[in-house]
Design a protein around this ligand. Sequence first.
Ligand SMILES: Cc1ncc(C[n+]2csc(CCOP(=O)(O)OP(=O)(O)O)c2C)c(N)n1
Ligand SMILES: [Mg+2]
Length: 282
Amino acid sequence: MTVTASPASSPSLAQRAFNIRRNALRMGQVQGQGYVGQALGAADLLAVAYFHALNYQPHDPAWEARDRFYLSIGHYAIALYAALIEAQVIPLDELESYGCDDSRLPMSGMAAYTPGMEITGGSLGHGLGIAVGACLGLKRKQSASFVYNLLSDGELNEGSTWEAAMSASHWKLDNLIAVIDVNNQQADGHSSQILAFEPIVDRWQAFGWFTQRVDGNDIDALVKAFDAARNHSDAQPRVIICDTRMGKGVDFLENREKTHFIRVDEHEWQVALDNLQMGSNQ
Ligand SMILES: Cc1ncc(C[n+]2csc(CCOP(=O)(O)OP(=O)(O)O)c2C)c(N)n1
Ligand SMILES: [Mg+2]
């Protein structure tokens, strides 16, 4: 099956996002802990990426003509696994092995282990540079594929991100779509307090990017932004800045103060699964 960009269907995208959240919670339950807050926050943008925007073949993750999805943020691997499971790139029953010895789903994203995991993450700030190189290579091959790169707000602290941003506009990489998950959180507190990232739109525009900012938990807004990014006609890279809420969909996780890496009591995983709410765009 080839999944191609299809007309927006908010109900089914909302259901996809719900399933991605459920998959992530079930993986968290396997380990009793993890970067689950990020997966819940990014589930809507992943649903739109994998079920509206990207061209790929679930059973042939290395299909040459695919759009690439590069995850810079290795610790978000649980979020991408949850989407890849929903996309049937990874079998559903494999989530039971999350983070276990010999699993194809290690806690940090590694390209050599997991189908659909295009790059290895862990050290932040490298995804956009890798994406720039891939976009240059695809252009040389006259490929029509796009490269999507999911970054976090914490990655805006990395100088290498801005070096890559500058080179992307220099090379007029109109096949590059960066997606930034701005949850205003990182390991040591609020991103805006650790190293202020505003005015984030002006900054990306100044670097020569076609820049949009949306509510990253609003599926309709995401669909429009992903479409506009892809269809934009100027020869420049594109960025979608997505303001998301960590823990989205599970009340008691949304309201936690520290959500970068969460531990949840054994019985609470079931409570979280039971409380999981469908987004407002049903
Ligand atoms: C180059 C580098 N510096 C520091 C770290 C340690 N580190 C791991 S996750 C993280 C927070 C990054 O911010 P973000 O991704 O926004 O955090 P989240 O939203 O997931 O809480 C940091 C500093 C790292 N992995 N790589
Ligand atoms: Mg963050």
